[in-house]
Design a protein around this ligand. Structure first.
Ligand SMILES: [Zn+2]
Length: 934
């Protein structure tokens, strides 16, 4: 698998979930994959055919999407084509049934209309899977229902024994159930990834639709264009689309337009030239973009409030699929909020109307939020995150809370006096002292608060209303298509307490209205658009990068493909940073595949050599590689940073190359890392099962048997080793944290005796009783039953996440793995995905030692290798909470079978029991049908 990944895609490591999913497909099991856009879903069905040397058939809803994917695959040397109404080459079908393609795409219409002879021939030639992409189209509850999808189950009759895999980026519990039922999935392996996209910045601004605002928008977009980034601007109406598009053209920006009133041909051409970077800006209605495969869109702007958070998440999610920092701005005008009726036209009954209004209100609430946008977005999708993201406008802005007690009191009591039977307009009119007919008829002009709110404009009051809704002092409900705002119990308490101060962070709109009396867009505040792609790369390197972008564009035009299909932006940034002087060095860079090497490495090496000379940059600067990794994650992200490659490299240099810690700290780095970091990397690798020369390690860290026994005594004194510091405090100054950490690792791995000789074991946990470790057969028997548990760990920002040493590449940072989910599909294949939040210390929660601990001198050299070694193991690793969490972290999730296999020293029941206890310890709870972990 890894070989295919590098050969065809140029990557050395899988992203979270991918390996697991591919493995299951290869085992012939059905699957349901729900993963965010950009998390590498398509890789899950593109790798198996390359490994199995059989065809993968992929059903996809859109011809344009299929064509894009085929183009990308062909550029990678993967044999691929598609069947659909626009396919002009009549030989594709006959070649397909001979099994000549690795990946064959087709529309659902085509799939259900092909004769059974086609399928039987293909099956005879070899078919390894049938993937159903954008599988939410199966469900009438999904937002893109396609009736033909409902008939796909009939293919099961033709394709007996072929695994069916459904993939989607958005699926609620109900839609997931529909997918599994409709396709007759048989105990599918279910993988549900996080909805978080850490490389995306989220921001919202209020605006007035005006030429002056549009001209500022044009300026922002042109800044993104100058750094070579593509932008999509979504407008809510065709009129807006045309107006914004005209403004872009007038400003000399190459921009395309796309909306439902254009003819098919014009739309296709617009899509095509955008995907190929012939234009960098697409101004479109939401008709554009389903399944768009372009990974390097740097910015998605919504010009107008979207109709729901689901659609906002999906549309904004089209940027930054390559993991590089990208921005999502939403510009709303308060008037947008009155447009619920516009969307309600789709509704046929009151329930549907209310559902549409509910969704729209959620989008509105998102606009008005004064707190972390990501947190609220994820909460909406049933994911909890403990901390603010640090990568949204609210997290980045320096706005501070202030006392809004008086104003809040006025608004709340006014809403209460109006009986909670209105939206915000009526109470705000009352505060502003209006005497409109309806108001006077209701005698609201006699209310004591009438005309008491003239200090602020109406929109300020409405923004405050939004803020009070967001903070739970007001509640908004949909009733017969109307939105009503009333005082919540929390608000009522505030009113009755009278005088309790209420500190809130005013929204940007409120501040603007106070400053200017109007809500014009302001310059000079948070605008990451201008900084996209410019971090951690010198000016000269930036120039080189731009030149390489141009070379790639020219190359793509010459051969009639999209630039991103040749290689990704990230790869070009690596070129600019490292400047490889030979094809071999270039081949080592992540993202460079076999096809690229054979076709383009000559051109790029030559250009890099020449341009670097002109720019006076040295060649083969490998110090930049690790810094480049950090470019792909947002600043201040609290999400795990996976640097598995660094760990493995450090361990390899130490263990095999016999480098010192110091030398490793400086190895290929412009700025050395700390030796302590190197030591923890190596210890992590040891925990992952890498072989260690402990004697040498102890010698180099100064961990003598005497120090070890001091540490042991200190642990006994403290009574626990959950935290390093109390233990350290009990010890003489010369005993370092490194020594303590090393001791813990050695102790956990049961290597103490080997490393320090036979010393007493007082306080620390030790594995004592012998263990029969003969449960492999049990694990294997259980392998195909359909239960599957994925456990994934989330750590705070300190990079303690461990990875298998087979994954040598740094994983993209946009792959959060926080989750505990239980699937809801009806079949017997229940799956649980767990994630633990752990602190940076690996020594957490030691109490749940397994009932059958391993012998203390158990060799541990293959802790990590269960997947490869299969049933041959006799090592008998023992399951503990910590070990399970570590295993999960290292793999970005692990199935129950794999956990059982891995911990062959423990009984299956023990592993299950431990997983269950983790659920308790990690505050697991169910929301929207998924078990989540805090
Ligand atoms: Zn945030």
């Amino acid at each position: 698998m890894e070989a295919a990944l590098k050969t065809y895609f140029g990557y050395t490591g899988f992203r979270p979930y991918q390996r697991e999913i591919i493995q299951k497909i290869m085992e012939g099991r059905d699957g349901l994959v729900v993963m965010a856009t950009g998390s590498g879903k398509s890789m899950c069905y593109q790798i198996p055919p390359l490994v199995a040397k059989k065809t993968a058939v992929v059903v996809s809803p859109l011809l344009s999407l299929m064509q894009d994917q085929v183009m990308s695959l062909q550029q990678r040397g993967v044999k691929s084509d598609y069947l659909g109404s626009t396919q002009m080459n009549s030989s594709v079908a006959s070649e397909a049934e001979k099994g000549l393609y690795d990946v064959l795409y087709m529309t659902p219409e085509k799939a259900i209309s092909l004769p059974s002879r086609f399928w039987s021939n293909l099956q005879a030639s070899g078919i390894c899977l049938l993937a159903i992409d954008e599988a939410h189209c199966i469900s009438e509850w999904g937002h893109d229902f396609r009736p033909e999808y409902k008939q796909l189950h009939s293919l099961r009759d033709h394709l007996v024994g072929v695994p069916f895999v459904a993939l989607t980026a958005t699926a609620t519990k109900r839609v997931r159930g529909d997918i599994a039922t409709s396709l007759n999935l048989s105990s599918p392996h279910i993988a549900i990834g996080s909805f978080d996209r850490p490389n995306l910045f989220y921001g919202v601004k209020s605006m007035q639709r005006s030429m002056s605002f549009i001209s500022e928008l044009v300026k922002d977009v042109s800044d993104t264009c100058t750094v070579g980034g593509s932008t999509i601007i979504y407008c809510t109406t065709i009129r807006d689309t045309e107006q914004v598009h005209e403004a872009m053209i007038a400003a000399g920006i190459k921009a395309n337009i796309y909306h439902g009133k254009m003819g098919n041909k014009a739309r296709e051409e617009s899509h095509r030239s955008f995907v190929r970077d012939e234009v960098l800006v697409m101004v479109a209605t939401i008709a554009f973009g389903m399944g768009i495969d372009k990974p390097d869109i740097r910015s998605v702007i919504h010009y107008g409030c979207p109709k729901s958070l689901e659609s906002y998440y999906q549309e904004s999610g089209r940027c930054g699929r390559d993991g590089l920092p990208s921005v999502c701005w939403l510009y709303y005008q308060r008037g947008d909020f009155g447009k619920a009726d516009f969307y309600c036209s789709e509704a046929t009954n009151a329930t549907q109307r209310n559902a549409i209004i509910d969704s729209f209100m959620a989008a509105q609430k998102y606009c008005l939020l004064g707190t972390c946008r990501r947190k609220s977005l994820l909460q909406y999708f049933g994911e909890e995150c403990a901390t603010d993201c640090g990568n949204c406008d609210n997290c980045k802005s320096t706005k501070t809370e202030r006392d809004l007690s008086k104003e809040s009191f006025l608004l709340l009591s006014c809403i209460k006096s109006c009986g909670g039977r209105w939206g915000l307009n009526m109470p705000v009119d009352v505060l502003r002292g209006s005497r409109v007919k309806k108001l006077v008829e209701k005698n609201y002009d006699k209310l004591p608060m009438h005309a008491r709110g003239k200090d602020y404009p109406p929109n300020w009051w409405k923004a405050l209303g939004g803020l009070l809704i967001a903070h739970g002092y007001l509640k908004e409900t949909a009733n017969d298509g109307y939105r009503l705002v009333s005082v919540s119990p929390k608000g009522a308490k505030f009113l009755s307490d009278g005088g309790t101060p209420l500190f809130l962070q005013p929204t940007a709109e409120m501040i603007e209205l106070e400053d200017h009396g109007s809500s014009q867009h302001k310059e000079g505040d948070v605008n990451p658009l201008t900084t996209v792609g410019s971090e951690k790369i010198s000016e000269e390197e930036q120039k080189l990068y731009q030149m390489l972008l141009n070379i790639r564009t020219k190359l793509a035009r010459d051969i009639g493909t999209a630039p991103y299909a040749i290689c990704g932006d990230q790869t070009l940034r690596h070129f600019a940073k490292i400047r490889p002087s030979t094809g071999a060095r270039l081949a080592n860079i992540d993202g460079v595949n076999q096809h690229f090497i054979s076709r383009y490495s000559g051109i790029f090496v030559q250009s890099i050599t020449q341009l670097s000379k002109e720019l006076n940059l040295p060649l083969d600067d490998s110090s930049g590689v690790e810094e480049m990794v950090s470019v792909s994650k947002p600043a201040n992200s609290n999400l795990p940073v996976k640097l598995g490659g660094t760990r493995f490299t450090s361990w390899d240099l130490w263990q095999n190359q016999k480098y010192s810690f110091k030398k490793i700290a400086h190895f290929r780095r412009a700025v050395p890392i700390k030796e302590q970091t190197v030591i923890s990397y190596i210890l992590d690798a040891a925990r992952d099962g890498c072989e260690m020369n402990w004697n040498r390690f102890c010698e180099e860290t100064g961990l003598t048997p005497e120090v070890a026994s001091q540490i042991r005594l200190a642990i006994a004194k403290v009574g626990s080793r959950d935290k390093l510091k109390p233990v350290k405090d009990e010890l003489p100054e010369n005993v370092t944290y490194d020594m303590i950490k090393a001791f813990f690792t050695i102790d956990d791995l049961g290597m103490s005796e080997k490393a320090f000789g036979n010393i007493p074991t007082d306080g620390a946990r030790r594995a004592e009783s012998p263990n029969p470790c003969s449960h492999e057969s049990e694990a294997v028997e259980n392998g195909g039953k359909g239960d599957s548990v994925i456990v994934a760990g989330v750590c705070d920002s300190s990079p303690t996440t461990k990875r298998s040493h087979t994954d040598v590449a740094p994983a993209p940072a946009d792959e959060p793995v926080k989750k505990l989910q239980k699937t809801d599909n009806g079949s017997q294949g229940d799956s649980v995905i767990i994630a633990g939040a752990c602190d940076s210390s690996p020594s957490k929660k030691r109490s749940h030692t397994d009932v059958t601990p391993a012998p203390a001198d158990e060799p541990v050299k293959k802790l990590q290798k269960t997947e490869e070694q299969g049933t041959g193991s006799t090592s008998g690793a023992v399951a503990t909470e910590e070990a399970i969490l570590e295993l999960a972290e290292s793999r970005g999730g692990v199935s129950l079978e794999d956990a059982v296999k891995h911990f062959s020293g423990s009984k299956r029941e023990s592993v299950v029991a431990l997983l269950e206890s983790l659920q308790c310890n990690f505050a697991v709870y169910e929301k929207h049908g998924r078990f989540l972990v805090l």
